[in-house]
Design a protein around this ligand. Structure first.
Ligand code: DO4
Ligand code: MG
Length: 271
């Protein structure tokens, strides 16, 4: 089952497999339900009117987007290289039981497929981070996933790890979408992830990995996020990047980022 959120003249409307859900149904309401009730309810609603209207980011104002870091070897190595003074912290967090989990963005500031992402004006070195993004309900169950782009300023992050929030959280720094594929965590263990960056109509970078390369498991990351915090309307959790362009690469205005995970593509243009 596939959930999407659409712009309509009467406001945002959610759809399942392309059919509109009843007006007033929100992701907050769906994620407040236990997983055992979600699928039967959506099946009951699967005969609505055909959905139309532009896609919106598949979340509402009540979900926060969180991030996980240094969950792939490639991310650990890239961070160690960019950080002259604190390379050790990345090695330590890669090896530790406790993962790096950080706040990424509030729902209303998160953009969707086809919308604009940004690079900060006070940076020189920026990359998209293509990440599988878990969708977790209020009962801490992973109910599905979407594609995430954890836009990051490598020069700010490399200068001092304490600058991480500024490197990661600003207008246009988080993109998710196009929709949410509902699936149990067990189905999400080896999904192909690819990143293409297009500049002036040509490929400027392409890379791929698989979630099978992750050092950690999705349930483990979700458990750490939910351990001491309640999310009555659910939450989204990006699971880290396994693709980092070479050090000489930086995003430019007008670049198009295209992230594909198991057939779902999230495309954004850099403002
Ligand atoms: O430690 C900094 C952030 C790491 C991150 O975002 C990632 O590994 O994807
Ligand atoms: Mg990341």
């Amino acid at each position: 089952m596939y959930l999407t959120r659409h712009s309509t003249p009467t406001g945002p409307r959610w759809a399942v497999d392309g059919k509109l859900l009843p007006a007033g149904v929100t992701l907050s309401a769906l994620l407040a339900l236990p997983q055992s009730q979600l699928t039967p309810l959506l099946t009951e609603w699967a005969n609505g009117e055909e959905a139309s209207g532009d896609l919106l980011a598949p979340l509402d104002d009540h979900q926060e987007v969180w991030g996980s870091g240094v969950t792939y070897l490639r991310s650990r190595d890239a961070r160690k290289a960019e950080s002259e003074t604190a390379a050790d912290v990345y090695q330590q967090v890669y090896d530790a039981d406790r993962p790096e989990i950080f706040f990424k963005q509030v729902g209303w500031r998160t953009v969707g497929h086809g919308q604009i992402v940004r690079i900060r004006a006070d940076t020189t070195w920026n990359v998209p981070e293509p990440e599988l993004c878990l969708v977790i309900n209020a009962a801490a169950q992973i109910v599905g996933y979407t594609v995430g782009n954890d836009m990051s300023s490598r020069d700010i992050e490399g200068e001092n790890p304490l600058y991480l929030p500024q490197a990661k959280t600003y207008d246009g720094s988080a993109a998710v979408g196009p929709g949410i594929r509902l699936a149990a965590a067990v189905d999400q263990t080896d999904l192909a992830i690819s990143l293409e960056i297009e500049r002036d109509g040509a490929a400027a970078f392409a890379g791929e990995t698989s979630t099978g390369q992750m050092k950690r498991t999705f349930p483990d990351l979700a458990e750490y996020l939910m351990r001491e915090m309640t999310f009555p309307y659910g939450a989204l959790l990006m699971t880290g990047t396994g693709i980092v362009p070479p050090d000489e690469f930086s995003l430019q205005s007008g670049d198009i980022t295209r992230i594909t995970i198991d057939g779902l593509t999230l495309e954004n243009t850099v403002a």
